[in-house]
Ligand binder design. Structure first.
Ligand SMILES: [Zn+2]
Ligand SMILES: [Zn+2]
Length: 112
């Protein structure tokens, strides 16, 4: 559905199917379930661009851009955006797969 989404630096063995991508988006969205919508603020502050791979986003693929918490604390949402990093689902997944992703996704609030 979103053939226009291509990371700038595709890594061998990291190509994801649409299905995997959808699953990722669902995961990253549940991570962002917050009372105050900091995702919108982070997108405004940092722009529609992945901080890691530099991929730029548009309305039709903006759902693939997610907000990562630098210090791992999802309750630490300073208004200046200093704890947020806009990451595409690829880079976000990569960021978390270095930690104990499974535990994290099960609802732990730590991401190390
Ligand atoms: Zn990226
Ligand atoms: Zn994250």
């Amino acid at each position: 559905m979103s053939p226009s989404f291509r990371p700038r630096k595709p890594q061998p063995g990291k190509v994801k199917t649409q299905e995997e991508l959808d699953a990722l988006v669902r995961r990253m969205k549940s991570e962002q379930a917050a009372p105050d919508n900091y995702r919108q603020r982070s997108l405004k502050l940092h722009g529609w661009i992945c901080a890691k791979c530099g991929r730029e986003f548009e309305l039709d693929n903006l759902h693939l851009l997610t907000v990562h918490h630098r210090d791992g604390n999802h309750h630490n949402n300073p208004p200046d955006g200093s704890n947020w990093e806009n990451l595409c689902v690829y880079c976000h997944d990569d960021e978390h797969s270095r930690t104990i992703l499974a535990d994290y996704l099960r609802g732990s609030e730590k991401e190390t």
